[in-house]
Write a protein that binds this ligand. Structure first.
Ligand SMILES: Cc1ncc(C[n+]2csc(CCOP(=O)(O)OP(=O)(O)O)c2C)c(N)n1
Ligand code: SF4
Ligand SMILES: [Mg+2]
Length: 302
């Protein structure tokens, strides 16, 4: 099992790719995550940003908060737009320039999934980063297929009745070179995964858990704490899948009950005891499945 580092301050370049003065809510973890992803990726990159909080944060040209070129496609078409940009850059001899998609979960798990699947099937040479705040937050917090079971959103006021879609497993089934989860709650781990993805070619996917302060009902100084609770409780395991079958879990075990994570957010207010127990069971089953896949891989390569 890989080793997970604890929270540390990371030194960013003096001129970060995401500038200060952008349009995110104060304390937004989307912006913090983007800042670190883009710093690790470096200035030789072009970004594809569909409609989402990230599009607002980046802002419109010529006043963009990003120091790299940005293309804003429709919500459906990020992976197709990135594929086209990749080919255009290659044709101009710019094979070293990274093409990175910065998309939300609605634009990835739902509306852009067909394009993403097609790009994965073609093994396009792009880095696709999903800023997963578990809902359509830019438009006022409606549910997406990434919204978890029982979470309240504007369109699920009594709590969502179905479970969160597992995007990493969907993409692992496409046997892409690299798919991994990460979160700004564990920045060195996030930066390491960006570096790893950067060194690979072909389709690479990072799913970043991003607590949305407004949409989740989290105080503006608590976003990082909630991201860490998600990992520590096993709700959002940090793991990597290479070529669709080599699994690495980045934490040896979960160390908290799911209840600790739920109590920190208003979107889970007034959950009944049997619902908390159901969520704990879902997390336990998911964790056991991941451990099994990690060990199955160990058997395969021994
Ligand atoms: C096909 C289509 N449907 C709806 C919209 C309106 N819209 C713009 S942004 C957005 C929310 C996107 O949610 P997500 O991708 O999760 O990003 P977030 O705002 O949460 O960062 C929606 C529904 C659109 N632009 N295109
Ligand atoms: S709505 Fe949520 S994700 Fe969007 S900018 Fe505000 S805090 Fe960040
Ligand atoms: Mg979202």
């Amino acid at each position: 099992m890989g080793k997970l580092m604890r929270l540390e301050k990371l030194d960013l370049p003096e001129e970060p790719v995401l500038c200060s003065g952008h349009a995110a809510c104060p304390g937004c973890i989307d912006a913090l995550s983007a800042r670190h992803v883009l710093s690790a990726l470096g200035p030789d990159a072009v970004a594809v940003i569909p409609p989402s909080c990230m599009a607002i944060i980046a802002g419109a040209q010529p006043m963009s908060a990003l120091r790299i070129p940005v293309y804003q496609p429709s919500l459906e078409s990020s992976a197709a737009a990135a594929s086209g940009l990749r080919r255009a850059l290659d044709a101009r001899g710019k094979q070293e320039t990274h093409v990175v998609v910065l998309a939300g979960d609605g634009g990835t798990y739902d509306i852009g999934l067909q394009c993403l699947s097609s790009a994965a099937e073609r093994n396009e040479n792009i880095l696709y980063v999903c800023f997963d705040n578990e809902g359509y937050m830019n438009t006022g917090a409606q549910k997406s297929s990434s919204t978890p079971h029982f979470a309240r959103t504007g369109s699920t006021p009594a709590g969502k009745s179905s479970r969160k879609k597992n995007l990493i497993e969907i993409m692992a089934a496409h046997e892409i070179p690299y798919a991994a989860t990460a979160t700004a709650g564990f920045l060195p781990d996030l930066a390491r995964k960006v570096e790893k993805a950067k060194a690979l070619r072909g389709m690479r996917l990072l799913v970043l858990l991003v607590p949305c302060l407004d949409g989740w009902g989290v105080p503006e100084d608590q976003g990082i704490k909630v991201a860490r609770l998600a990992v520590e409780s096993g709700v959002f395991p940090l793991y990597e899948v290479e070529d669709g079958y080599r699994y690495t879990l980045n934490t040896a075990q979960k160390t908290r009950p799911v209840r600790d994570y739920l109590l920190a957010q208003r979107r889970y207010r007034n959950l009944e005891e049997h619902e908390i127990e159901a969520l704990q069971r879902e997390v336990d089953i998911g964790w056991a499945r991941l451990q099994h896949r990690t060990q199955a891989e160990l058997k395969t390569i021994d």
